[in-house]
Design a protein around this ligand. Structure first.
Ligand SMILES: Cc1cc2nc3c(=O)[nH]c(=O)nc-3n(C[C@H](O)[C@H](O)[C@H](O)COP(=O)(O)OP(=O)(O)OC[C@H]3O[C@@H](n4cnc5c(N)ncnc54)[C@H](O)[C@@H]3O)c2cc1C
Length: 336
């Protein structure tokens, strides 16, 4: 059988690696960084079908984590929604999740090369899957920030919408609360306490004060910038996760999409490995599958996201929150 090379050992690449081994496909994975590492992510997983996770060999890694059943939303400091989640969500740090997946991959015989950055020319090699995450794009004005906090009480999943950004709070393992936000870049803000600065700059003073009563875990701080949300420019070959579709983070669905896209690719890659499909056929079929599977949620997320960044939109959200069909929106943002 032909070997599959995966470039990028984040959630999508690692999940695919574990799954391909289950399918008896020889696989090697190249990751630029090392494990464990903290990553900008809300660390809240919701959407992917648990039966798919089981089939991929990931069931316990994810489902043994914290289960969340409630969510609360604040808009500019005022609570506008408190509701039961239509589906259970899992809270689990990327520090632990990516490490557990990498260990599982290696334990089951996968070849994992860490600290190796593949060159762009390698991406288009036959049999190579790109799972490289967010692609750098010029003209982006987004910044994502995250830090873990201790001794902060959180009420289920919390979302706090500010003047030009939003922040999610989610409890993960070891009684840590993950604090993660997406903001429009503000020139002049810099330094170690960037999250606090962005909270104040966005009018989220109460949340900043709440966090100050606990303690932030400095080594967990991470930041990311220079990306564009939405469908990523299509290149030749097979792409997964954020390198194919970058859904606005308020949906809390990017991790699920990385897992779903790995699942959707698995069978096609096995057929390639066995010589039943050519590489170009695999790439075409895979793109088509992802389009069919993600189009609806990407379109809906693309319509809703700008609401958070306009005064009128936030006002409309606040006023309509009690009657919003949030269960149906939540479901449409997670299903085909
Ligand atoms: C602010 C914010 C909040 C979010 N909150 C949530 C949330 O609550 N829930 C949710 O489901 N999703 C959330 N997401 C989205 C989620 O984090 C991503 O969708 C998910 O990490 C995508 O996984 P991935 O495997 O595609 O990419 P990544 O996890 O980014 O992995 C890509 C990997 O590729 C490696 N790599 C890159 N280039 C190379 C190269 N040339 N050679 C080798 N390796 C390379 C990188 O080192 C990295 O490890 C959020 C995103 C942001 C920005």
């Amino acid at each position: 059988m032909k070997t599959i090379t995966i470039i990028g050992g984040g959630l999508g690449g690692l999940a695919l690696g574990v799954y391909l081994q289950r399918l008896s496909v020889p696989v090697r994975l190249i990751e630029a960084g090392s494990y464990p590492k903290h990553k900008v992510c809300g660390e809240f997983i919701c959407g992917v079908d648990p039966a798919w996770l089981t089939e991929m060999g990931l069931g316990n890694i994810i489902s043994d984590s914290l289960h969340h059943t409630d969510m609360k939303w604040w808009v500019e400091g005022r609570q506008v929604l408190s509701a039961e989640l239509p589906r259970t969500a899992w809270g689990l740090s990327r520090y632990k999740l990516d490490l557990d997946l990498a260990s599982t991959f290696e334990r089951e015989g996968g070849e994992l090369l860490t600290g190796e950055r593949a060159a762009p020319r390698d991406f288009s090699e036959e049999g190579t899957v790109q799972a490289i995450g967010k692609k750098p794009r010029e003209g982006s004005d987004w910044i994502g920030l995250k830090v873990h906090a201790k001794n902060v009480s959180v009420q289920g999943l919390e979302m706090h919408v500010g003047q030009s950004g939003y922040v999610g709070l989610c409890e993960v393992e070891n009684s840590s609360v993950n604090v993660c936000g997406l903001f429009k870049v503000r020139r002049g803000l810099r330094g170690k306490d960037l999250i606090r600065q962005y909270l104040h700059a966005n009018g989220l003073d109460e949340l900043a004060q709440r966090l100050e009563q606990g303690s932030l875990v400095d080594e967990s701080f991470s930041a990311t910038a220079g990306f564009q949300l939405g469908k990523q420019p299509s290149k030749k070959g097979v792409q997964l996760g954020d390198s194919s579709y970058l859904i606005p983070p308020f949906t809390g669905n990017g991790m699920s999409m990385a897992l779903e896209s790995a699942y959707l690719a698995g069978g096609l890659l096995k057929q390639y490995s066995q010589g039943e499909l050519g590489w170009d056929e695999v790439a075409t079929l895979h793109k088509k599958r992802l389009d069919q599977h993600f189009r609806k949620r990407m379109n809906l997320a693309g319509l809703l996201h700008p609401l958070f960044f306009s005064k009128m939109g936030r006002r409309a959200l606040s006023l309509t929150a009690p009657i919003l069909p949030y269960r149906s929106l939540f479901t449409h943002l997670r299903t085909r």
